[in-house]
Design a protein around this ligand. Structure first.
Ligand SMILES: [Zn+2]
Length: 242
């Protein structure tokens, strides 16, 4: 079955993670597991050129998004504009946990305003207190109703946060969910049935997870064939407008 990976990284994480990925092995995995396209970002806000190099090498396989830190102010918006306007990037990655800002902090507003202006989606890491909890992400979504905001990991490893991700997505229709790193297959079906069949999407989060592990969660979620196809492929295709 064809797939689109809504979230992966290229580059070296080092530090506590001790992992890295290169674009050739990502493409090899994509070929092996029928992944047509990958939404790709770098390991952090200082290495966007890694994504750009990957995009230049495989322009048909990569949907490049720019990783920025809103706390950097003018530098953040300059990088964002440069990658969108000059290099053809099509989305924005934010990680409140890594850069230590609360998801709904005012510093994020200029980024959201640019996302609205360019009409591109924002992908935000979720699931770690105190910065990236679903309720804070929802407050940001509420303030920027025209921006399509993906809650990456849909609450991540904690059941209460996963439940909150679903509740917040039911409340705000500009919130979308991506399931990498989230352990409960049943919540994928619950999101499909109660949030909306077009608002839950498949992702891997390379190099943190292997494609087969993330694929199994969708396959065993309880969704029927059509549902699995929507989560793996159709929803992302429509969402990314590709
Ligand atoms: Zn990630």
């Amino acid at each position: 079955m064809k797939k689109i990976d809504l979230h992966s990284h290229v580059g070296n994480f080092g530090s506590w993670a001790g992992i890295k990925s290169d674009i050739d092995s990502i493409i090899k995995n994509m070929d092996t597991y029928e992944i047509e396209k990958t939404v790709l970002c770098s390991a952090n806000q200082n290495t966007n050129e890694d994504t750009n190099d990957a995009f230049k090498k495989y322009p048909d396989r990569i949907f490049p998004i720019v990783y920025v830190n809103p706390l950097e102010g003018r530098k953040c918006t300059d990088i964002l504009k440069e990658y969108i306007e000059n290099f053809g990037f099509k989305g924005i990655k934010l990680n409140p946990l890594k850069n230590a800002f609360v998801a709904d902090e005012e510093a994020v507003d200029p980024v959201m305003e640019l996302a609205e202006m360019y009409d591109i989606p924002v992908f935000m890491h979720s699931g770690h207190p105190p910065y990236s909890l679903p309720w804070s992400i929802a407050l940001l979504a509420e303030r920027h109703p025209k921006v399509r905001l993906v809650m990456i990991h849909m609450g991540h490893g904690h059941g209460v946060y996963i439940d909150a991700a679903l509740k917040m997505a039911r409340r705000y229709d500009n919130i979308y969910l991506e399931m990498s790193g989230m352990p409960m297959g049943s919540k994928i079906k619950e999101a499909y049935d109660t949030v909306g069949r077009n608002r839950i999407m498949f992702g891997i989060d390379t190099p943190f997870h292997h494609p087969t592990v993330e694929m199994q969660k969708v396959i065993t979620s309880g969704l029927d064939e059509k549902g699995i196809e929507d989560v793996f492929y159709n929803n992302a295709k429509e969402f990314l407008r590709i």
